[in-house]
Design a protein around this ligand. Structure first.
Ligand code: C2E
Ligand code: CA
Ligand code: CA
Length: 467
């Protein structure tokens, strides 16, 4: 049949209409895909919480060498929020999230237009920082610390946040951005380990990191291979000049590195949660030595003081293990005094208090070590019911000449007396200090003036001679 012209028009019109619909569909799809693409790329390169660029973005910039060698004056600044895990644990994750958002906004206020702030991990931020004559990395670090001085307000609470910051500058501290990032991270790590909040990378930072890493790797092996030993330092009663006790102090003779002092390896062991292994070795070695003196017929009077770390006190089996080891060696807890630093007692009051109470009941005596460095509360002092107060060396150093140190030491001695504790002055080195401590009524002295820490044989010889 022949088609009417209106019928042809309708088909053409319908076809055109379909074409329009199809084009609209295609455009819409393209738009959607664009949106999706944008969203995917946003998710891949931005942090959804703070809306800052994320680690991928920083890595992409590194790969693309956006900040390449022509960018003179570039530094990487690495920022870590101090104790963020504790905030999360105590205040909850929602508060933690809000803190990160507010910290990010405050950091943004410190940036110049061509600088980049990224959140590269849970509580870690990085700034690609443009160094100028007027604004170097320490200046920026100061600014970042300052913007956090005002409290962060969340749901009516005022929270304070501190940060550790490290920086590395091109080309001195690294020639690629990757290297700068690693070195800024190391510098931040150094700041975290020290009392400073900001550290700029240098060779010392790298050296101390490598040293820590080496010690960490060698510690447990050293313990198994018998590289650790104890020295003994007498505690002398002032009025009789007799040895009334002694402290066991650990040393590590590492075949490649030589003799390493506990002031260096104990903080590392604490950081990497190795103190329980070390503590177990210590108590076994202490028992072995006491028994060996017994066999030799040396009658050592006075308690052997051993240092106890917080990780040991927190271990649920600490008390039982100690007592089992000591009794298995035929010894008793009353041969030992346990030295616990003041800061340990203060930072974990309820848990440690219970263990300390148990230890006292079991027959150990307790000494508060480094007294004066850890913000004690008198209430805790009373609750611990310690037997000995050891005044920290920092108060003894100038006690002969400094009036305020004399006043403090006098007050500590009186405090100890009133709580029925004996008071030991640590790190006494001079005759003038001794004379002043006598006047201040201090009972017991430990320090180089009388004796340095010494090997077991020297100590037993000395003991025979003096007592
Ligand atoms: P601390 O418990 O305060 O021990 C006293 C430190 O001061 C010892 O250093 C001792 O040798 C030193 N000292 C004593 N008298 C003087 C003096 O007159 N002048 C000077 N300049 N120093 C003096 P050492 O043996 O290097 O121990 C350092 C720290 O390492 C100890 O401080 C203690 O906190 C820790 N430590 C040592 N051995 C152990 C251990 O077996 N376990 C634990 N957890 N920590 C230990
Ligand atoms: Ca001690
Ligand atoms: Ca001490």
């Amino acid at each position: 049949r022949k088609y009417e012209s209106w019928e042809i028009d309708e088909v053409i019109f319908g076809g055109l209409w379909l074409l329009v619909l199809f084009s609209a569909y295609v455009v819409r799809r393209m738009f959607d895909i664009n949106v999706i693409n944008k969203e995917v790329s946003r998710m891949a390169y931005y942090d959804s919480l703070t809306e800052l660029p994320n680690r991928n973005m920083v890595m992409k910039l590194l790969d693309e060498k956006v900040y390449n060698k022509s960018q003179a004056g570039l530094a990487v600044v690495f920022i870590d929020v101090d104790g963020f895990k504790k905030i999360n644990d105590t205040k909850g994750h929602l508060v933690g999230d809000e803190i990160l958002k507010q910290v990010a906004r405050r950091f943004e206020r410190c940036l110049l237009s061509d600088e980049l702030l990224a959140r590269i991990g849970g509580d870690e931020f990085v700034i690609l920082h443009k160094v100028t004559d007027k604004r170097c990395s320490p200046d920026l670090a100061n600014q970042l610390i300052q913007v956090l001085e005002a409290p962060i307000r969340i749901d009516g609470q005022e929270l304070y946040v501190a940060v550790n910051i490290g920086s590395a500058t091109w080309p001195r501290d690294g020639t690629s951005l990757k290297e700068l990032l690693v070195h800024a991270d190391l510098a931040m790590y150094e700041a975290k380990n020290s009392i400073r909040h900001y550290v700029g990378f240098d060779k010392n930072v790298e050296h101390s990191f490598l040293r820590e890493f080496a010690l960490f790797n060698k510690l447990l092996v050293g313990l198994q291979m018998g590289q650790f030993y104890l020295l003994y330092q007498p505690k002398i009663e002032l009025y009789s000049s007799k040895i009334v006790g002694f402290e066991a102090l650990m040393r590590w003779n590492e075949p490649d590195l030589g003799i390493i002092n506990p002031a260096e390896f104990i903080p590392i062991a604490e950081k990497y949660k190795m103190m329980n292994n070390i503590g177990e070795w210590l108590i076994r070695e202490a028992c072995r030595q006491l028994n060996s003196w017994k066999i030799e017929g040396v009658e050592i009077t006075g308690r052997m003081a051993i240092n106890i770390s917080v990780q040991q006190l927190e271990h649920p089996e600490f008390y039982n293990n100690m007592v089992t080891t000591i009794e298995a060696e035929g010894l008793t807890p009353c041969m030992f005094e346990l030295e616990v630093t003041e800061s340990v007692v203060m930072s974990h009051p309820s848990r440690t208090m219970e263990t300390l109470r148990q230890l006292k009941q079991g027959g150990f005596t307790i000494a508060i070590d480094d007294f004066g460095t850890g913000h004690s509360s008198l209430l805790y002092l009373k609750k611990i019911n310690a037997d000995t107060l050891k005044i920290d060396k920092s108060y003894i150093d100038h006690v002969a000449t400094d009036l305020s140190d004399q006043t403090i030491v006098k007050a500590m001695v009186e405090l100890g007396r009133n709580f029925n504790m004996s008071v030991v002055a640590e790190g006494v080195e001079t005759c003038d200090q001794i004379n002043k401590l006598k006047l201040l009524n201090c009972d017991i002295i430990q320090g180089y003036y009388y004796h340095q820490p010494m090997p077991a044989q020297d100590f037993s010889d000395l003991f025979r001679l003096c007592n």
